[in-house]
Every structure is written in structure tokens, then in C-alpha cells.
Design a protein around this ligand. Structure first.
Ligand SMILES: Cc1cc2nc3c(=O)[nH]c(=O)nc-3n(C[C@H](O)[C@H](O)[C@H](O)COP(=O)(O)O)c2cc1C
Length: 186
């Protein structure tokens, strides 16, 4: 079977954001495994307008085209006002079929590890028919970042990232059989 394609989605878009540091760290751990194709997918690159506000067919086609290439996702989630960012919610809303019958893991950060945002994301993923895995590395703004901005993850998180990726790959591979017609879709 061909390698699975896994997108590491950066959930924040603000100037000065921490998400690229976290995403590159996850990608580095993932690439050491050599078991799938891993790429950073930066929502900011797609310049998505607020869903439905303008025609924006070009941006939407680029976004849904990218998602269609992917078999699974790792969401890099940061907590904004106890939830996910508006940018990530908008990006989730801006596609539908391209999310369906795929798997996802979550790596979150915030003062409480981004736990509240991650739990909100799980509810949204259910509606989009994305199977979110159990293992969920949580990073603390206090102990895994210096001054809340320089990412210095504690060593213990690496094993958790690998365990999360094990689950994402298993479910991404299984769900690919639904999308390719080996098993009848729901
Ligand atoms: C608008 C806003 C709201 C925030 N609300 C929370 C919050 O409710 N809980 C929390 O733990 N951190 C909160 N934070 C802190 C962010 O989690 C922290 O700044 C994090 O680095 C943001 O991710 P980013 O750097 O990738 O944008 C908030 C930050 C911003 C900008």
C-alpha cells in the first residue's frame, strides 16, 4: 500500500504565533518514523475569507484540494478564550466532504495544555466524520515554552506524540478503505 499522507494543520494565524514551532517539532518526530508522508499545512497560506462572505472560489478550491490529498491529520491546537481559534473553525467550516472518513490526532497548548480547546475540536470533528484518536499530547505554556513564546518541550512529550501518531496511522489506513470502496461507505 502507498504511504499515507498526513497533514499537520497549524490552527493559528496571528503574527508572532507559536504554532509553527510546535508543528515543526511534531513533523520532526514524525519524519524520524519514516512510515508516512508528513507535511505542514498552514491555514494562513490559504487566505480563506470568512466562510460564505465572498465567492472566494479560488481559495476554497486550493484549500479543499489540499485536504483531498490527505488521508489523516494532526491538528496543532492553541487555546483562545477556552476554545479553538476562529481561523481554525473557519477552515473546518470551509470544507465538508474532504474531511469525511479520515482520522486525526490533536496536539494542544495553552495555560491548561489547551485541553478545553481540544475538547471543543473533538465535538466539531464528530460532525465532520473525522475519527479523532485518544492519545493527545498537551503542552503547557508555562513549562514547555520559555516566556510563553520560545518552545522548549519537555522530553516526556515525544513518546506521547509517537503514540498519537501510531493511532492516527492505524485509523487513517483503515478509513482509507472506506473512501477507496474496499468497504461500503456509511
Ligand atoms: C485571543 C486570545 C485568547 C486566549 N485565550 C486563552 C485561554 O482561554 N486559555 C489559555 O490557556 N490561553 C489563552 N490564550 C493564550 C494562548 O493559548 C497562547 O498565546 C498561545 O501561544 C496562542 O497560540 P499561537 O501562539 O499559536 O497563536 C489566548 C491567547 C489569545 C491571543
Amino acid at each position: 500500500m502507498a504511504n499515507l499522507n498526513i497533514g499537520i494543520i497549524l490552527g493559528s494565524t496571528r503574527v508572532g504565533r507559536n504554532s509553527p514551532q510546535v508543528g515543526e517539532w511534531v513533523k520532526g518526530i514524525a519524519e524520524e518514523r519514516g512510515d508516512a508522508n508528513y507535511e505542514i499545512v498552514d491555514i494562513a497560506d490559504f487566505k480563506l475569507p470568512l466562510f460564505g462572505e465572498t465567492d472566494a472560489s479560488e481559495q476554497l478550491a486550493a484549500w479543499t484540494g489540499k485536504l483531498a490529498q490527505l488521508d489523516g491529520f494532526v491538528f496543532i491546537v492553541q487555546e483562545y478564550n477556552h476554545s479553538i481559534t476562529g481561523a481554525l473553525k473557519n477552515a473546518l467550516d470551509s470544507a465538508r466532504d474532504e474531511w469525511n472518513n479520515k482520522a486525526a490526532g490533536i496536539v494542544s497548548y495553552g495555560s491548561a495544555g489547551g485541553a478545553r480547546a481540544a475538547e471543543h475540536l473533538r465535538g466539531i470533528l464528530g460532525e465532520l466524520q473525522v475519527a479523532d484518536v485518544r492519545v493527545h499530547p498537551l503542552l503547557s505554556l508555562f513549562t514547555d515554552f520559555e516566556n510563553g513564546s520560545v518552545f522548549k518541550p519537555a522530553d516526556l512529550h515525544k513518546a506521547n506524540v509517537n503514540a498519537m501518531l501510531d493511532q492516527v496511522l492505524a485509523w487513517s489506513g483503515a478509513l482509507k478503505t472506506l473512501r477507496t470502496g474496499t468497504v461500503a461507505p456509511l
